[in-house]
Ligand binder design. Structure first.
Ligand code: SF4
Length: 223
């Protein structure tokens, strides 16, 4: 596949483009041996399966080889932002001294890009005009933050920015679900049998749903 155009400041991309990244998600985080990762790996150390071209050497058999965690991780485009914008295409293999600063930048950009994803989705839900303006403004502010150099990224107050954005996302969620369904915010629903529970338009923010069984059909409700 031909590489997509390089992201530029002000046009942050929220879809991961691994071909423009330097395998940062395979280097920066620490792995703990578990059902998700077959090995222990310290932070900042390349995974032994990462090839020198920054491609995964076991990409087609990640689950069989004990790395299902790699199949669900999403950087929301933060990887190529670090690689191509923050560090201008400089590769940590050619300049190993850049890796700690790249890791720092990735730790800030990944949550910023995740927020960008949510803000983009919220706008796509066609919120009321006034809310849409606020969401667009928050998105522009977030894009501006992602364009910072390593020092500017270090200075980003992620908590404060999240605190400004989260209420907007909640309002967009409420507007999209209006009239709202049941409120299950923060509910402990581990292993719950929810097949007879109407979850349409329900608020499940922060709910624990591991092992829960839900009715999957969107076309008809069982009677
Ligand atoms: S197994 Fe492959 S995708 Fe997972 S961290 Fe290692 S190189 Fe990356």
């Amino acid at each position: 596949m031909p590489p997509s155009p390089a992201p530029t400041p002000g046009s942050a991309q929220v879809r991961a483009d691994c071909g423009r990244c330097f395998g940062l998600c395979c280097v920066v985080p620490a792995f703990a041996r578990s059902s998700d990762f077959a090995i222990d790996k310290p932070a900042g150390q390349p995974c032994p399966n990462l090839r020198t071209d920054h491609r995964c050497g076991i990409h087609t058999e990640l689950r069989q080889r004990g790395f299902p965690g790699c199949t669900v991780f999403d950087c929301f485009g933060a990887g190529q932002q670090v690689a191509q914008v923050t560090f201008g295409g400089r590769n940590w293999r050619d300049a190993p001294g850049t890796l700690p600063a790249m890791a720092e930048a990735f730790a800030v950009l990944r949550p910023l890009h995740e927020l960008l994803w949510y803000l983009t989705e919220a706008v796509a839900l066609r919120p009321p005009a006034e809310l849409r303006v606020e969401l667009e403004r928050a998105r522009a502010e977030t894009v501006a933050l992602t364009a910072g150099d390593p020092a500017q990224l270090r200075a980003v107050d992620l908590t404060a920015h999240r605190d400004r954005v989260n209420p907007l996302l909640s309002r967009a969620s409420d507007a999209a679900r209006s009239p709202g369904g049941a409120d299950h915010r923060g509910a402990h629903l581990l292993g719950a049998d929810l097949r007879r529970v109407d979850l349409r338009r329900a608020n499940l923010r922060g709910a624990l749903l591991v092992g829960a069984t839900c009715w999957a059909s969107t076309s008809a409700w069982p009677t």
